[in-house]
Design a protein around this ligand. Structure first.
Ligand SMILES: [Zn+2]
Length: 464
C-alpha cells in the first residue's frame, strides 16, 4: 500500500528523511513514516530520464502523445526530490515531509515584475491584474467582506451577473478577493491595498467561531460549508505567511486548520459539511489551505495528508485522469488539473509518467474560453511543469484573458464568461457570479509570481 508519494516519484530509488532534511520526524504532528521497503508502493521505480517510459497504450487513440519536449530547465539527470526539498527551505515546525514548498518570493514588490516577465507575464497582463484589483477594491463592503451578491454591496446592482438571486457566500468571496490581493504582494502591512487586505482579514478573523481548539465559519448556506471554510482558511494562512500579524492570525489559522483535519471523511475526502464523504473539488481547497499552513510553519497533521494520497490513488483512471467523486463520473480536465497539482505539491516529479501524461492531456484540451475554475488549476499545473508545454499553454491563454476583460465603465477590470448553464462551468459561473469569475481569472493571471515553481531554490533575499 502506497502511503507516501515521494518514494514513488520517479527519481531512482527511495530516500529517507534521515538525511537531515527534517529534524522533527518524531513529532506527534508532522511525523511521517518514510518506508523504504519496495512494497511500500506499487508504482514503478524510475532511474532517471533514460528509463522513462510512458505507456501510451493506456491513452485513448485521440490522446496518443506526440514526442514530448521536456522542460528546458531539466538537467541531464533529474534532480532528486530530496535535493528539491532541501533547497525549498521548509525545515522547522512544518516538516518538509508534508509538501514541497512553493515560495512567495516572487510576489514581493522587488521581485514581482522581473519574476513575472521571466515566467511569461506581459505588460498588458499586469495591467489586467491591476484593473481586477481595483474592481475588487471598489466592491468591498463596509464590514470588510466581499459578497457574491453584488447588489448588497457598494455595487448596488450596477454589475450584470452580479447575483441578485445568489447566496452571498461572503466568507468564500472574501477569501477569494484576499487571495487576489495577497497574490500580487499586497499584505497587511505593505502595498497600495493593505487597508483593504487588513479589513478583509479582520472580517474573517472576527467571524471565525472557535471552540475546543477548532474553528470554523458558520455560513449562511451549509451546502457550501467546507468550500467556504477551505477558501477562507487558505487566504488567512497566506496572510500569515506573508509577514502577517502573528499575534492576530496564528491561533485563528491553527484553529481553522484543526477544523479541516477534523472534517475529513475517513475515505480521505471532504464533503460540503464536516465528515461528509466528498469530492476532489472540495478537497482541492482544503489541501491548498493545509499546504499554506505548512508554509506558515503551523502544525499540519501528516495522517490527513496521507489520507489525501489514498483518495487520489483511488480516484483516477489510467493513473493520470481524475474524476470528481466516484467511478460513475467521467474523468475531466478540471479534476485532472486538481489531482495533478496536488501530486506536484506532494513531491511527484515532473519526470513521473503520470505527471507527463496529465500535462499532455491538458495541453491537448487547451485553456478554456468559458471556465475560470479549470483555467485556474490547469494553468498552475502547466506552470509548475514548465518548458514548452507551459509556453504553449501561456501563449494560448494569457492574451485571451487580457482581451476578454471588461475595459470601461463600472465593470471595468472584471470578467464574465457566458456558457451553457447545464455544464459544470456554467453552473459554477452562475453560482459564483461576476465576482467569482473575476477573482479566479485574476488569480490565473497572477500565476507568474504567485507561487514559484516548487523545484526552484529559494534565494537569500526571500521576502515572505
Ligand atoms: Zn458592480
Amino acid at each position: 500500500m502506497a502511503i507516501w508519494t515521494i518514494t514513488s516519484s520517479g527519481i531512482g530509488g527511495r530516500f529517507s528523511l534521515e538525511s537531515g532534511i527534517s529534524n522533527n520526524e518524531n513529532a506527534s504532528l508532522d511525523s511521517v513514516d518514510i518506508q523504504t521497503e519496495s512494497d511500500t508502493d506499487d508504482r514503478p521505480s524510475q532511474s532517471g530520464l533514460g528509463s522513462l517510459e510512458v505507456n501510451t497504450s493506456l491513452l485513448p487513440a485521440d490522446l496518443q502523445p506526440s514526442p514530448l519536449t521536456l522542460p528546458g530547465s531539466f538537467s541531464p539527470k533529474p534532480e532528486s526530490i530530496s535535493d528539491s526539498i532541501r533547497s525549498s527551505g521548509t525545515e522547522g515546525v512544518g516538516s518538509a515531509s508534508i509538501f514541497l514548498n512553493s515560495s512567495f518570493e516572487g510576489r514581493s514588490a522587488k521581485n514581482r515584475l522581473a519574476t513575472g516577465a521571466k515566467n511569461g507575464s506581459s505588460g498588458p497582463s499586469e495591467e489586467a491584474v491591476d484593473a481586477a484589483l481595483a474592481y475588487l477594491a471598489r466592491h468591498q463592503q463596509n464590514n470588510g467582506s466581499w459578497t457574491i451578491r453584488l447588489i448588497d454591496g457598494p455595487c448596488k446592482g450596477q454589475c450584470d451577473h452580479g447575483g441578485e438571486d445568489l447566496d452571498p457566500h461572503d466568507v468564500a468571496a472574501t477569501g477569494l478577493a484576499l487571495l487576489c490581493f495577497l497574490g500580487r504582494g499586497h499584505t497587511l502591512q505593505e502595498g497600495e491595498y493593505s487597508e483593504q487586505v487588513s479589513r478583509g482579514v479582520y472580517f474573517l478573523v472576527q467571524n471565525l467561531k472557535s471552540q475546543s481548539g477548532r474553528g470554523t465559519w458558520l455560513t449562511t448556506n451549509n451546502q457550501r460549508w467546507m468550500y467556504e471554510h477551505g477558501i477562507a482558511t487558505l487566504a488567512l494562512c497566506e496572510a500569515l505567511q506573508m509577514k502577517g500579524d502573528a499575534a492576530l492570525l496564528t491561533k485563528p489559522c491553527q484553529d481553522a486548520i484543526a477544523h479541516i483535519v477534523y472534517a475529513q471523511h475517513n475515505d480521505g475526502s471532504w464533503g460540503y459539511q464536516p465528515k461528509d464523504s466528498g469530492d476532489l473539488s472540495i478537497m482541492g481547497w482544503q489541501v491548498l489551505a493545509l499546504k499554506s499552513a505548512h508554509g506558515a510553519k503551523l502544525a499540519v497533521n501528516a495522517e490527513t495528508i496521507r489520507n489525501v494520497d489514498i483518495f487520489l490513488k483511488k480516484h483516477n483512471r489510467n493513473d493520470f485522469m481524475f474524476y470528481y467523486r466516484d467511478q460513475a463520473n467521467k474523468p475531466t480536465a478540471s479534476m485532472t488539473s486538481i489531482g495533478t497539482l496536488l501530486r506536484i505539491f506532494r513531491g511527484w516529479s515532473r519526470t513521473d509518467p503520470a505527471i507527463i501524461k496529465a500535462v499532455e492531456y491538458l495541453g491537448k484540451e487547451g485553456p478554456s474560453t468559458v471556465d475560470p475554475y479549470y483555467n485556474y488549476y490547469a494553468t498552475q499545473v502547466l506552470y509548475q511543469f514548465g518548458g514548452k508545454p507551459w509556453l504553449d499553454w501561456n501563449a494560448r491563454l494569457r492574451d485571451f484573458l487580457v482581451s476578454s476583460q471588461e475595459k470601461e465603465g463600472h465593470m471595468a477590470g472584471s470578467w464574465w464568461f457566458q456558457t451553457a448553464k447545464a455544464t459544470p462551468a456554467g453552473i459554477a459561473n452562475e453560482t459564483g457570479g461576476r465576482l467569482y469569475v473575476t477573482a479566479m481569472t485574476c488569480l490565473t493571471l497572477e500565476v507568474y509570481y504567485r507561487y514559484l515553481p516548487v523545484n526552484e531554490a529559494v534565494t537569500d533575499d526571500f521576502q515572505y
